[in-house]
Design a protein around this ligand. Structure first.
Ligand code: IFM
Length: 475
C-alpha cells in the first residue's frame, strides 16, 4: 500500500495568482454604518436623499443599516476568520467634518481610529477610501461637486484623515466610482443629491477628478514611505447590440462617458476630443483651468477596478429616446438617446448580465491602452435573492459568479496584466443605494430584523480562494 501523497490531476489543482496577491472584502460607510446621529456626525446628501419620499425603494434609509458603527468588532472578526489579508472600507466625510469644512470632529476620527487599530490587531491591512458618496449636506447646499470649492474642501478633508490615520493606514483611495457620484447624482438624478442638470454633472465630473488630484498632492507631501495612493473606477466593456455603424457610434459615446472621461484625464492629462464634442450642445469645459489636468494626472501607485457587468448599447430608435432609468433618464450626458440593451445572458438580481470575460477584457484593455500602475479588483460580486434554509445560505449562484470571475482574473494575469489583489463586494448585505435593502450583495448575510450575521457559502469560497491564492478546485 502506498503511503505517498495522493496524486492530483490538473483539473483538481487550484489555478493560482502570483505570490503576495492580496485578498480582501469591501464595504462603504453609508451602506453599513448606521449611527447617523452619533458621535457628532453631520448630515450627508444620502441622509437627505433617502429621507425624501420616492427616492429609495421602500423608503429605506441608512439610519441603522448593518449597525456596523456599534458592531464593527464583530465584523472585523468575520474578516479575520475568513483568513483575508485586507479590509476595504470608507470614511464618512460628515463624521470627520460635520459641515464639510473646518476643524475635525474628534469623535468622528476616534471611531476610525478604533476601527483601524481593530484591523491591525487582527492582521488586516486597512484599505481606506476617502469618498464613497457621503458628501456633507452643507457642501451640497453650497453647490456640491459642480463647484470648484468642493474639490478644495475634499483636499482639506483628505489631509485631516491622512494626518490622523497615516501612521497606520498606508493604502489610500481618493474616490470610489466618480461616475456614480457625478452622473447618477447630477444627471440621471437616481443617486444623491438627485439633481437632473447635465451641465452641472459635467462640472461634477471635473471637480471630482480635481479633488482627487489635489488630495493626492496634499497627502503625498506628508506621506509615510509605505504610503500608496490610488483611485477606484467602475469601468465596463461596452458592446454594440448589432454590428451596425449606428450602434458602433453608440458604443463610442457610452465608452466615452463611462470609461474614457475618467481614464484619459487620469492617465493622459486630457479629456477625449470626441467626448468634448458630444458634450458641446449641453456643456462647455470653461470650468477647466490651466494646470487642472496636470494635477489630475499626477502619478498613482495603484488603480482599483470595480467590475460587475458589461454594457450593451444601441443607437436611438425612432428619434430621441431616453436611457431607461427609474426616472426615465440616463447618466450619459450628451447621449441620452442611446438605448441600453442586453444580449440575453443570464442576469443577477440587479438585472445585470453575467459576463466574466468582460473582466478580462477591461483588465487587458487598461494595460494595453493606458500607462496604468498596478491594478487591483477593488469590487466584484453579485446580488441574488438568497434564501435561508435551516440557518444556512447556500448561495450557489453567487459562488458560481465569483468562481467564473476568479477564472477571468486569472486569464488576465496569464495575459500579462499586473493584477495585485481582489476584494469581494461585499463583506455584508447592505444598503444598496436607490434599491435600499432589496438587493443582497454580501458574502455574509445580515438579518435586518436582528442584525445577526451569517456567513454564506460564498464566504467559504472566498476563504478557500484566499487560502489557495487562486481558484479552488470545484466540488
Ligand atoms: O453597492 C455598490 C457600491 O457602493 C459601489 N459599487 C457597486 C456596488 C453594487 O451596486
Amino acid at each position: 500500500m502506498s503511503t505517498g501523497p495522493t496524486p492530483t490531476d490538473a483539473s483538481s489543482a487550484a489555478r493560482t495568482f502570483p505570490p503576495g496577491f492580496l485578498w480582501g472584502a469591501a464595504t462603504a460607510s453609508y451602506q453599513i454604518e448606521g449611527g447617523v446621529d452619533e458621535g457628532g456626525r453631520g448630515r450627508s446628501v444620502w441622509d437627505t436623499f433617502s429621507h425624501e419620499p420616492g427616492r429609495v425603494l421602500g423608503g429605506d434609509t441608512g439610519d441603522v443599516a448593518c449597525d456596523h458603527y456599534h458592531r464593527w468588532a464583530e465584523d472585523l472578526d468575520l474578516l479575520r476568520d475568513l483568513g483575508l489579508g485586507a479590509y476595504r472600507f470608507s470614511v464618512a466625510w460628515p463624521r470627520v467634518q460635520p459641515d464639510g469644512r473646518g476643524p475635525a470632529n474628534p469623535q468622528g476620527l476616534a471611531f476610525y481610529d478604533r476601527l483601524v487599530d481593530g484591523m491591525l490587531e487582527r492582521g488586516l491591512e486597512p484599505w481606506l477610501t476617502l469618498y464613497h458618496w457621503d458628501l456633507p449636506q452643507a457642501l451640497e447646499d453650497a453647490g456640491g461637486w459642480p463647484e470648484r470649492g468642493t474639490a478644495e474642501r475634499f483636499a482639506d478633508y483628505a489631509e485631516i484623515v491622512h494626518g490622523a490615520l497615516g501612521d497606520r493606514v498606508h493604502r489610500w483611495t481618493t474616490h470610489n466610482e466618480p461616475w456614480c457620484a457625478s452622473l447618477l447624482g447630477y444627471s440621471a438624478g437616481v443617486h444623491a443629491p438627485g439633481r437632473q442638470d447635465d451641465a452641472a454633472a459635467v462640472r461634477a465630473v471635473h471637480h471630482l477628478l480635481l479633488g482627487h488630484g489635489l488630495a493626492v498632492e496634499r497627502m503625498r507631501s506628508a506621506a509615510h514611505p509605505d504610503d500608496r495612493f490610488g483611485i477606484v473606477l467602475n469601468l465596463q466593456p461596452v458592446e454594440p447590440a448589432t454590428p451596425s455603424g449606428a450602434d458602433a457610434d453608440a458604443v463610442r459615446r457610452v465608452d466615452g462617458m463611462h470609461n474614457r472621461v475618467f481614464l484619459d484625464p487620469l492617465f493622459r492629462a486630457a479629456y477625449p476630443e470626441d467626448v468634448v464634442a458630444d458634450l458641446a450642445p449641453v456643456a462647455d469645459l470653461a470650468h477647466v483651468r490651466d494646470g487642472d489636468l496636470q494635477t489630475i494626472a499626477r502619478p498613482l501607485d495603484f488603480l482599483g477596478l470595480n467590475y460587475y457587468n458589461p454594457l450593451v448599447v444601441g443607437a436611438p430608435e425612432g428619434g430621441p429616446a431616453h436611457v431607461p432609468g427609474p426616472q426615465g433618464r440616463g447618466p450619459y450626458v450628451g447621449s441620452h438617446g442611446v438605448r441600453m440593451l442586453d444580449l440575453g445572458r443570464p442576469r443577477t438580481a440587479m438585472g445585470w448580465e453575467v459576463d466574466p470575460a468582460g473582466l478580462t477584457t477591461i483588465l487587458t484593455r487598461l494595460q494595453r491602452e493606458y500607462a496604468v500602475p498596478p491594478l487591483y479588483i477593488t469590487e466584484n460580486g453579485a446580488a441574488y435573492d438568497d434564501e435561508v434554509v435551516e440557518g444556512k445560505v447556500h448561495d450557489a449562484e453567487r459562488v458560481s459568479y465569483l468562481r467564473a470571475h476568479l477564472a477571468a482574473a486569472l486569464d488576465a494575469v496569464d495575459a500579462g496584466v499586473d493584477l495585485r489583489g481582489y476584494f469581494a463586494w461585499s463583506l455584508l448585505d447592505n444598503f444598496e443605494w436607490a434599491l435600499g435593502y432589496s438587493k443582497r450583495f454580501g458574502i455574509v448575510r445580515v438579518d435586518y430584523d436582528t442584525l445577526e450575521r451569517t456567513p454564506k457559502d460564498s464566504a467559504a469560497l472566498w476563504a478557500s480562494a484566499a487560502q489557495v491564492n487562486g481558484l479552488p478546485p470545484a466540488g
